[in-house]
Design a protein. Structure first.
Length: 407
């Protein structure tokens, strides 16, 4: 049997569509546990109507908390071999449960993953415009984190609604969703994929994921960005408990850095200042690990000129960030050129500066180097520092310009 857990909050306008797509599944051995999270519309009345007409329904109600708390309540009442956490505003193809169940049984899988379309309120369907699964994920072939330690967190989205889980794996490890607004599924998603012995991906679209519905929690992310840091903290602690944090520390930081990087641009100035204040309080000794995701709008062309002064330098990294900074600006005479590892652009000119290979450094003989790659600079800077110390000890690596971010 599959236990289907559906948190419900003020979705009366689309709830019937969702519930009908569940009860019309070709796989019928299901229990449907719907948890009303204190709705103020007619959602609860709709749930009771379905419960009256179909004995597979179990309708629960709680004061409004969040989807994470609602899923936890549903989980505590479930009894199936497998469990599926679905969202109450999406709808599903009728063969989804059957094919996911068959894959789980065939491969003895702990997690089975499928893909989704994005469905917009105007009726448009965007076929996997931003995939919920990494392109290199093996198809219909079991894997686990040990097969892909560097990529395991980015291979699959943290969303729970495109995954069928072996319920025993969750219960035996006392896993729960975080009881927070937004991102309450993120830590759960990353922790369980480390516990899973066999994960299987079916390259099939079974879900219509509803986007930009008025009132959905994803439309108000900016109010809760700090919660992604709370997710990081819980995931870090769980990986420590599982004894794998040291091995997975770098990929874990990278995926959460990417989360912050995607969320920060949504914030207005007041929200950004509050986020900065809160992250420094939550992670007083770690927040700089995420600093490449913070705003660097203080770095202007004039700021760059003052920063490098009159030193004879090269830029390290022909990044899009550097290109945008230099675009349309007067060429700096003391900048010899740009070093980049991408052989396809060696010899090209970017805003008047020639691009060289790293091996050209000996002939260029700069006084100093400025790292101009913003993404993941926390990892690149010490590597470049070591490279120069071993090969060009006479060349100064300028202090990291991004470390001066106004945080």
């Amino acid at each position: 049997m599959i236990s289907v857990v559906v948190p419900v909050y003020n979705v009366g306008d689309v709830l019937r569509n969702t519930l009908d797509s569940i009860i019309n599944q070709t796989f019928q051995d299901i229990e449907i546990i719907c948890v009303d999270d204190g709705s103020t519309d007619n959602s609860y009345e709709i749930l009771k109507e379905y419960e009256l007409n179909d004995n597979r329904f179990i309708v629960l109600q709680q004061a409004h908390q969040n989807a994470g708390a609602a899923r936890n309540l549903g989980l505590s009442k479930s009894s199936g071999k497998y469990i599926y956490f679905l969202d109450s505003d999406d709808y599903f193809k009728p063969n989804m449960f059957q094919e996911m169940y068959d894959a789980a049984e065939r491969h003895h899988a702990d997690i089975v993953v499928c893909n989704a379309d994005r469905y917009y309120e105007n009726g448009d369907i965007d076929l996997k415009s931003v995939p919920f699964v990494y392109s290199n994920t093996p198809i219909d072939k079991p894997f686990n984190w040990k097969d892909y330690p560097k990529d395991i967190f980015k291979m699959l989205s943290p969303a729970p609604w495109n995954k069928l889980y072996l319920r025993e794996l969750i219960v035996e490890n006392n896993l729960e969703f975080q009881s927070i607004e937004c991102f309450n599924d993120t830590s759960f998603a990353y922790a369980i994929r480390i516990l899973a012995r066999r994960i299987v991906y079916l390259d099939k679209v079974y879900i219509n994921y509803r986007k930009h519905r008025k009132g959905s929690i994803t439309s108000t992310y900016s109010k809760y960005v700090i919660n992604i840091i709370k997710c990081y903290m819980q995931t870090r602690d769980l990986l420590n408990f599982y004894g794998v944090y040291k091995e997975l520390k770098l990929p874990l930081i990278k995926i959460f850095r990417a989360h912050v990087q995607a969320l920060v641009p949504r914030l207005n100035n007041e929200q950004y200042e509050k986020f900065v204040h809160d992250i420094k309080e939550l992670l007083p000794n770690e927040y700089k690990m995420f600093s490449s995701a913070f705003r660097t709008d203080y770095i202007t062309y004039d700021y760059l000129k003052k920063y490098i002064s009159n030193k004879r330098i090269v830029f390290w990294g022909a990044s899009l960030y550097l290109q945008n900074l230099l675009k349309g600006q007067e060429k700096l005479d003391n900048v010899i050129g740009i070093i980049d590892n991408n052989s396809s652009i060696w010899g090209d000119y970017i805003e008047g500066y020639k691009v060289y290979s790293p091996s050209a450094l000996a002939d260029l003989s700069p006084e100093s180097i400025l790292l101009t790659i913003k993404n993941n600079y926390e990892d690149i800077y010490p590597e470049l520092q070591e490279y120069l110390a071993n090969n060009y000890p006479e060349v100064e690596l300028l202090p990291n310009i991004y470390d001066l971010a106004k945080i």
